[in-house]
Design a protein around this ligand. Sequence first.
Ligand SMILES: [Zn+2]
Ligand SMILES: [Zn+2]
Length: 487
Amino acid sequence: MVRWLALIFLFLASPAWAADAGKPDLVLTGQVLGADHQTYKPVTFDVPEGVIRLTVEVDYARDQKTVVDLGLLDPVRFRGWSGGNKKRFTVSAEDATPSYLPGPLPAGRWTLLLGVPNARPNSSAAYEARITFERRPGVTNFAPGPLKAAPGWYRGDLHMHTAHSDGSCLAQSGVRAPCPVYRTVEAAKARGLDFIAITDHNTTSHYEAMAELQPAFDQLLLIPGREVTTFQGHANVFGPTAFIDFRLGDPSVPTIKALQDAVAAAGGVFSINHPSSPSGEQCMGCGWTVPDTDYDQVQSIEVANGGSQRAQGGVEGPLFGVPFWEAQLNAGHRITAVGGSDNHDAGLTPDTPGSVGRPTTVVHAEELSTAGILAGVRAGRVFIDLDGTRDRILDFSARSKAGAAAMGGVLTARKGEAVAFTVSVTGGEMAGVEVIRDGAKLPVAVGANGAFTVKMGDKASWVRLNLRDAQGRLLLIGNPIYLIPLP
Ligand SMILES: [Zn+2]
Ligand SMILES: [Zn+2]
């Protein structure tokens, strides 16, 4: 029975940092003996070429008061020492578990160092070290598993900057200083968010701080992100931590296709930011002007940007991203609209557009993990809460004789068939629901029970919703259901 429990525990505790974590690549076993008392016992292993993340998990028998401390050396240098405080750690080029140093992972002979502060004479304690190699960039979760396992609506901010790019906030004396990552994380916690993606410009240096903060913020998912910032537009990439070359136009990244292919290969979500911002000397490279963009490799577009809202004194000005997004939908692409604060100062008060969580993107996901939220963004059951409330919801579904679809989904029906939609709203009035088809407002009234119908046309179309307050102010922006006529 005890052995079974131990096996179950090992299974639950298996490493989940790596996208392809699971079965370890190496299992090193041995004994710590009485003769090892107060010595350092090297356990060597070979790391092959091409490894980008290495995760080590160690168990040993403690019943005879044996104590084992852990450290790591690569072929060149010391990589850290965690003593007896961690049984599992990970190192990669961009981040490492606290106690360990991030950096390249050279191929060759590595050493897991077992320090033995205590082993009784004639004792023998079995140890097992499980070592996992990640070879391809993939989606990284800084937590060992999902923070919540249940499906539901999760609220977050997908665009923010810290000291690792141009984020600043007030230092003790009141002068402006590069803003450390923890301030952004604290602000998101205070706002009651479920997830944030920190998206510093082109760098990967903030992941180290995020990996350190995640265990202490076990109800706020920290999603790896970066704002790929080119001379012709900005796009957030969510999920992978490995470096992605941003130098569009340079021989290393001659075309946007090369960049989009690299993101796709790493399992990342490619999300165009503030597409309607100006370009030129006023805002260099801000608007999206990249020729040959493959919109089938764009998973989301930031249609509401907190910084733009602040700059133009409202949501629906010339910087609003909805017209750009709807033009891509009308061209036949299925792309999820998201929002982002584009926060550059974690100290902004919550009533200010562009403060952390304003706007908020609300994602229906199977679980609160990086993979779960990104799958939710791809699936498109997503709305944007412009005020960043904790409770407003805008959702809808559609039904035809051929089937049913949720927001983000695809529904088929015969030409001319009345497709039945059902809306649900929390924190607003049904009278404030606006129905939009192919970019134009439809003159349909949504019933008090949330019902309305739309006739299936001759060609593919899409229907989505907005929610406004009694004064006509936009509160929520919804994503489409895509309608496909049957011949
Ligand atoms: Zn930007
Ligand atoms: Zn930004």
